[in-house]
Design a protein around this ligand. Structure first.
Ligand SMILES: O=C(O)CCC(=O)C(=O)O
Ligand SMILES: [Fe+2]
Length: 340
C-alpha cells in the first residue's frame, strides 16, 4: 500500500512501555508501524541521562582536538580487528571516500588465534586501541555502552512482541556476546563546490542502530519514497534505525532504510556517535514466522548480487568491514581478498 509522503521522522516514547497495558500496546503498534513504513524514528523516554550524553560529546570533541600524532598512534591500520582511528577520507561507501574521521570501538576481548576450523569472522574479535592522551574516553564509552545496550535489548524485545514472537526471541543471540560497534565520528565542513559525501548512501548492515548527533547539527538524510527526509537531531532523542539483518529476519516486513550524511558547511563540523547493536558473530538471525496479517505486507528481500546478505552475523560484518576499510584489509587480510 502506498503511504502518504512524510517530511519528518516519527517520534516514539519508550517510557510508554511501562505506562500500563494500553500505553504499552499503543507503543508496540507505533514501533511496528514506524519500522515497517519508514525504518527510522526518533526515540525519546529512553532513560539515558542527559549528563552522560553531554560527557560523551565533550570527550568526543576532546579526542578530535588531540594533536594528529596522538590520533595516528591508534590508527586502525595497526589493528587486524578494524579498531581505532580512521583519518578523513580513509573509509569508503560504495567505492567513494567518506569525508569523516572516526574512532571505531568494539567489545574489549582477546584476539582469537587463526587456524583450521576457525571462522574468518573471528578476526573481528580483539582489543581496542585507546588514546593514551585521553584516558577519559575509555571510561565514558564504557558507561555509554552499558546504557545503550540496555535500551537496545528493550527495543528488540518490544519488536519481538509487536511481531507476535516470544519476547525473548533475540535474547540468546544478543544477551551474552553482542558485537556492538561504537563509532565516534567527526564530519569536517566542506565548500559546496567540493563533494558533499560525508558518508555515502547506505543501509546499515547489522540489526539496530542508535544514533546520537550533536545538538543543532544537520546533515542526516533518510530515503523515503523518491526523496529524502532531513533528520536533524532532536533534543534528548536518539535517531533509531534497523539494519539489513532485521529486514531479513522479518522477510522484508521491517525496513532497513537507505540514509546518508551531507557534509556540513565549510568552517563548521559535526560530531555523531552511532551505536550499532549487533548479535554474537556466530549468531544466525532467525527467520520469523509472522502472523498472517503482517506476513501479507512483507515485501520480501530484494537480492543484490553486489551485496549478498549472509544470515550469520559475523560473515555479514566481515564483508562490510573489508569493503569499508581497504587499507586494513590489505595490511591484515590479504588472504581473504585473494579468495573473494
Ligand atoms: O553520522 C551520522 O549521522 C550517521 C552515520 C551512519 O549512518 C553510519 O555510520 O552508518
Ligand atoms: Fe548508517
Amino acid at each position: 500500500m502506498t503511504q502518504p509522503a512524510r517530511s519528518t521522522l516519527p517520534v516514539l516514547d519508550l517510557s510508554r512501555l511501562d505506562a500500563g497495558p494500553q500505553e504499552r500496546q499503543a507503543f508496540l503498534d507505533d514501533l511496528r508501524t514506524a519500522t515497517h513504513e519508514v525504518g527510522f524514528f526518533y526515540l525519546v523516554g529512553h532513560g539515558v541521562p542527559a549528563e552522560l550524553t553531554a560527557e560523551l560529546l565533550s570527550v568526543a570533541r576532546r579526542f578530535f582536538a588531540l594533536p594528529e600524532q596522538d590520533k595516528l598512534a591508534i590508527e586502525n591500520v595497526n589493528s587486524p580487528h578494524f579498531r581505532g582511528y580512521t583519518r578523513v577520507g580513509g573509509e569508503r561507501t560504495q567505492g567513494a571516500a567518506d569525508w569523516r574521521e572516526q574512532i571505531d570501538i568494539g567489545p574489549e576481548r582477546p584476539a582469537v588465534p587463526r587456524g583450521d576450523g576457525v571462522p574468518d569472522w573471528e578476526r573481528l574479535e580483539g582489543p581496542n586501541q585507546w588514546p593514551d592522551a585521553l584516558p577519559d574516553l575509555r571510561e565514558v564509552v564504557g558507561r555509554w555502552d552499558a546504557q545503550l545496550t540496555a535500551v537496545g535489548l528493550r527495543l528488540l524485545r518490544a519488536w519481538a512482541v509487536s511481531l507476535g514472537q516470544p519476547e525473548n526471541v533475540f535474547d540468546a543471540a544478543f544477551a551474552e556476546r553482542p558485537s556492538t560497534l561504537i563509532k565516534i565520528v567527526r564530519y569536517p565542513g566542506r565548500a559546496d563546490e567540493e563533494s558533499t559525501q560525508g558518508v555515502g548512501a547506505h543501509k546499515d548492515s547489522g540489526v539496530l542502530t542508535l544514533l546520537l548527533v550533536e545538538p543543532g547539527k544537520q546533515g542526516l538524510q533518510v530515503r523515503h519514497g523518491d526523496g529524502w527526509i532531513d533528520a536533524p537531531p532532536m533534543e534528548g532523542a536518539f535517531v533509531v534505525n534497523i539494519g539489513e539483518l532485521l529486514e531479513v529476519a522479518t522477510g522484508g516486513y521491517l525496513t532497513a532504510t537507505v540514509h546518508r550524511v551531507v557534509s556540513p558547511p565549510a568552517g563548521t563540523d559535526r560530531i555523531s556517535v552511532p551505536f550499532f547493536y549487533n548479535p554474537a558473530l556466530s549468531a544466525r538471525v532467525p527467520r520469523m514466522e509472522l502472523p498472517p496479517e503482517l506476513a501479507a505486507e512483507a515485501t520480501g528481500i530484494t537480492a543484490d548480487p553486489d551485496n549478498p546478505i549472509f544470515d550469520t552475523y559475523g560473515a555479514n560484518a566481515l564483508k562490510s568491514r573489508l569493503r569499508a576499510h581497504p587499507d586494513v584489509a590489505q595490511a591484515h587480510h590479504a588472504d581473504l581478498l585473494a579468495r573473494a
